[in-house]
Ligand binder design. Sequence first.
Ligand SMILES: Cc1cc2nc3c(=O)[nH]c(=O)nc-3n(C[C@H](O)[C@H](O)[C@H](O)COP(=O)(O)OP(=O)(O)OC[C@H]3O[C@@H](n4cnc5c(N)ncnc54)[C@H](O)[C@@H]3O)c2cc1C
Length: 507
Amino acid sequence: MATQNDSKVVVIGAGIAGVSAALKLVYNGIPDVTLLEAQDYIGGRVKAAMIDGSPADLGAQFIHGRTGNPVYEIAAKLKRIPFATSVNPVEESLTNPGDIFYTSSGHKIERDEVKELMELLSEVLENEVTDGYGKSVQEALESVYSKFLSENEGKINPAMEEVYEAAYRWFSKYVQVDNATDDLSQLSLDSEYVVLPGDRYTIVDNGMSGLVATLAEQLPPGVVQLNTPVSRIDWTCEETDNPRQSSGSKPIRVTCENGNTIEADHVIVTISIGCLKATHKTLFQPLLPAPVQEAVEHTGFGLIGKIFLQFEEPFWEDHRESTQDNFFESYEFLWLDSHLPTIQSDRSKRKTKSGHPWWYGIHSMETMYMHPRVLEIFLNREQVELSDDLPDEEVMAVCTDVMRAFIKDIPIPDPVAIHRTNWFDNPYTRGTYSYASTQFRNQDKKHFGRPVPSSKDPQVLFAGEAYSKEFQSTFHGALISGDNTADFLLSQYGLKPHRKLIDLVSP
Ligand SMILES: Cc1cc2nc3c(=O)[nH]c(=O)nc-3n(C[C@H](O)[C@H](O)[C@H](O)COP(=O)(O)OP(=O)(O)OC[C@H]3O[C@@H](n4cnc5c(N)ncnc54)[C@H](O)[C@@H]3O)c2cc1C
């Protein structure tokens, strides 16, 4: 191996994993680091649209958990946490205290009426009950739901039966969006995800994109090369103890689409699992070892969509009691089989696999911090795929009509604008985030994200949200993964990291 001073590291992808890896290396003794980014901005799946002069996060939006979360610590040091208190501590149900439930028959439902069922279903995800349930989240949820029904047999009035059915479907939709998969039979219960204590939905002044920007500013000039997609990584298959040291040659050649090549000792690949699945057979020369390829193929990578509906002025009330409340309101929609609304503005008439219109099951509309006249809607994969290419006007009208079908006690004006995400069509994301798939096998765990050809000769290393066992799918998982991968590389050179990411920023 080269020495630390003449070692060359190329990091591919300037999302938060790539930025944190590059920072850690540069500030801890590896001077020659290049960060290659395909797109024209830093942040990857953290990106904002400006709405009313404030950034609205199209990708990562919330810090999930506070205690032990380095992203929270960095944001707090930067004084970007607007709300000191946490009204949605992890001990509480997954749903938000600001939820107002409506049925498709236009009735308001008190949260308490569905709370017990929601809490039972939430426990499945909190891993408090796993024994005796099937491997997939779907099996576990079905099992809990039928137990709930049988334990309450004879006690549920007929009107509530249908509400429970709808609440169950609501919860499934919530889990689909949270995990970016619309097939819960593919979502494994066997996840090592750790829920950090503290507010589950902490928001950040200036958005998550502001945080990435502040971190990236600490990189020395010249490290980042934007608009530079990497098309090929030639690595040396043979594991070696170090014949290259004497020859001075570097084992890896990174080729960019613009024809430039860079010789390197190590490459840290941080592209999304969606991109890796799509490109690994052409990206790596030779191919990655078969078990590593299989582990990638077996990892789940999903898709969700966000819609921001902008109104002339808010028609909802701000129930925040003080500016210290981290509180957002949300309207939750329970779709009753007996009352499926007719939506005139649905001109496309596109149907889901189960034969419902694409907008069936839009389950929530939420108010947004810093955007007092915007409501945010989350779509699952199928809804995104079916509505993706519809004109903005049609999607805007359909969403408004859905809202009007549920919320009858407040007059709902027409929105004035719509903003939509498009993570699937972007060749440099190809979806939103990874999830624990039922296809991921025990043997995959050993190979997923391991250095190639080996830990002793780590030419190609991997980092990104998907490789964080405890925090898979999250922004903090990606940051920690980049940081850990850099630490591993530093340790190969006998270097102990003395500067942490948090040391690099100041308010
Ligand atoms: C809609 C949405 C909502 C989310 N909400 C939250 C949330 O509220 N909280 C949370 O914690 N997380 C959330 N996440 C997840 C979070 O955004 C990601 O986990 C995290 O940002 C991933 O960072 P990364 O560095 O691993 O990958 P990325 O951000 O994808 O970075 C990889 C980079 O590689 C680049 N790249 C790809 N191919 C190439 C190539 N061939 N050559 C060079 N560069 C390439 C890409 O352009 C990209 O910049 C959300 C994500 C999405 C999309």
